[in-house]
Design a protein around this ligand. Structure first.
Ligand SMILES: Nc1nc2c(c(=O)[nH]1)N[C@H]1C(S)=C(S)[C@@H](COP(=O)(O)O)O[C@H]1N2
Ligand SMILES: [Mo]
Length: 304
């Protein structure tokens, strides 16, 4: 991966110090806003990051879903080292003015990369808080030039069974595919992540480029993306193909719409220990103020 500097954030700033600075910042913002603690985790003013305490790098990079490397939570961390992420290119095609195969280094040179601390909620009812680095997907789409008839964005993960050992099992029809409505894709919360805690994204987390849509269940956040296609028809999505009654296209986090086999009202935050209390799941995973207007008039139980 060709980043602007070979010096990593972690070379300069130990994680503990990084976290302290972050918490100091959150504390100062809290004081300025007044003494009352918000009832739900607030987004700091003018920013998209949550002020909740992030999970550790170790938690985020050792408990994963990435079926290309196996179905166990520890399989991606054990197997993803085989993946070659440099060179990497992304094909951008369909209804765009400038289709083509783009080198990731060239893409990154043009993108405004920032830190976003996002809540992350898996449909399996566990959650984390993750300090991503990345750029807004709308920047990439604008670079390619979205044509006026486009209504959806489709994404594809790499297929390379020599390196992705889980792809030798065929219960998923590889590649893993996902999709968003265009307005969801253009929303400023929708991130293309390239890093974690200021370091390159670990391979088990979807290096070198993965989607992060914080108000949707985790499976929408497709990893190791090699293709982005603009289209006027709703694209097929892997979990919907596998279990259409359990996983819809929208998959917005919604505590009032249960999974057919379990409740979505609460979640277990990873890292809380054996006796940690489950926490309430929030509508749109806590991003209701930012994204509810995308779904005005929609029946969210029918469009799950
Ligand atoms: N290509 C691909 N992307 C994927 C998955 C996968 O199996 N393959 N799993 C999804 C699921 S179910 C979740 S919860 C998140 C997990 O991301 P994390 O391991 O970084 O926490 O990745 C999502 N993206
Ligand atoms: Mo998930």
């Amino acid at each position: 991966m060709s980043f602007k500097s070979d010096l990593k954030y972690s070379d300069i700033t130990p994680k503990a110090a990084w976290l302290n600075r972050r918490q100091l910042f959150a504390g100062a913002a809290g004081l300025a806003a007044g003494a009352a603690l918000p009832a739900v985790p607030a987004l700091a003013a003018g920013r998209y990051s949550t002020d909740e305490t992030p999970n550790t790098f170790e938690e985020i990079s050792s408990y994963n879903n990435f079926y290309e490397f196996g179905t166990g939570k520890g399989d991606p961390a054990a197997n993803a080292h085989r993946l070659t992420v440099d060179p990497w290119s992304v094909q951008i095609d369909g209804m765009v003015d400038r289709p083509g195969s783009y080198d990731l280094g060239d893409i990154l040179a043009k993108m405004n990369i920032e830190e976003r601390i996002y809540r992350f909620r898996c449909v399996e009812a566990w959650s984390m808080v993750v300090p991503w680095n990345g750029f807004e997907l709308n920047q990439l789409l604008n670079m390619a030039g979205v044509q006026s008839g486009a209504k959806y964005v489709a994404f594809e993960t790499l297929v390379r069974p020599e390196e992705m050992v889980g792809q030798n099992s065929r219960f998923i029809d590889w590649p893993y595919v996902e999709g968003l409505r265009l307005d969801e894709a253009m929303h400023p919360l929708t991130l293309m992540a390239t890093g974690l805690y200021g370091e390159d994204l670990p391979k088990q987390n979807g290096a070198p480029l993965r989607l992060v849509v914080p108000w949707k269940y985790g499976f929408k956040s497709i990893k190791s993306i090699v293709r982005v296609t603009l289209t006027d028809t709703q694209p097929p999505t892997t979990w919907n193909i596998l279990q259409p009654r359990e996983y819809g296209f929208y998959s917005n986090v919604n505590p009032t719409v249960d999974h057919p086999r379990w409740s979505q009202a609460t979640e277990r935050k990873i890292g809380g220990g054996l006796f940690a209390k489950r926490q309430d799941t929030l509508m749109f995973n806590g991003y209701e103020d930012e994204v509810a207007s995308l779904y005005t008039g929609m029946d969210l139980a029918a469009n799950f």
